[in-house]
Design a protein. Structure first.
Length: 237
């Protein structure tokens, strides 16, 4: 039986498609030794509000740090956790499962509110969200599998294949955007199959504030449907 691995940068409060990818794999490697990308999903995500989708952004130090890695990126200002929780509470106070989900979410976000490194915030919240969604896969940092000093120097596809192999993987699954640049040769050389996610066909679920908006953080799903969220991460079987 194939052992499927996902290797990807950590995201802040990812959307449900990200967790659907984890649902289909046997292990996750957080690829945070690579360069931090601005205006990306590393330090922000969206929630749905009465005024439309709105960003929750963790403020990070970027000035003069153009080549810093995700796991080197430091949080810039205190108070971001409380601000995010106020925004979530304002947007979702009338959500059907607010009273049961928000206290849990508040504890998890406040627990990382004083953390100095973005990657630690993301990892902690990803672990908590996986547990809430019933996903029990092992989660490993890339530097725990290969020498941290070597990883930034490796060609990107070679790095992904090497990390998959180090996790004992025989199948690598990736988001569809990587089709534009992924080189299959390092995977083929190691006997690793490459598979691609398909994010189409996800079912709508009840939301507040007008027409259904799919591209929001998974906290929207949890607050609106509660424990039923684990069955709505991906497409119906």
């Amino acid at each position: 039986m194939a052992r499927t691995i996902v290797v990807t940068q950590s995201n802040y409060l990812p959307w449900r498609g990200w967790f659907d990818m984890l649902r289909q794999c046997d292990g996750l490697v957080l690829l945070d030794s690579v360069q931090f990308t601005r205006r990306d999903w590393r330090n922000r995500n969206r929630i749905k509000t009465a005024q439309g989708p709105a960003w929750l952004t963790v403020p990070v130090e970027v000035k003069g740090r153009y080549h810093q890695a995700v796991d080197e990126t430091r949080i810039q200002a205190p108070g971001w956790a409380e601000a995010h929780l106020r925004s979530i509470a304002l947007a979702y106070a009338r959500a059907p499962h607010f009273s049961e989900v928000f206290p849990w979410l508040e504890r998890e976000i406040l627990a990382v509110g004083q953390e100095e490194l973005l990657s630690r915030v993301n990892e902690s919240l990803i672990r908590a969200l996986c547990a809430r969604l019933g996903l029990t896969l092992p989660i490993t940092r890339d530097g725990d599998l290969l020498p941290r000093s070597d990883l930034p120097e490796m060609e990107s596809s070679e790095r992904l294949a090497a990390l998959t192999h180090a996790m004992g993987g025989t199948r690598y699954i990736s988001g569809p955007a990587a089709k534009a640049y992924l080189d299959p040769e390092p995977f083929t050389r190691r006997g690793i199959e490459v598979a691609w996610m398909d994010y189409s066909g996800y079912p709508a679920y009840p939301q507040l504030w007008g027409d259904f908006e799919p591209a929001v953080s998974v906290v929207d799903l949890l607050l609106n449907v509660g424990d039923a969220a684990s069955g709505l991460i991906g497409r119906p079987d």
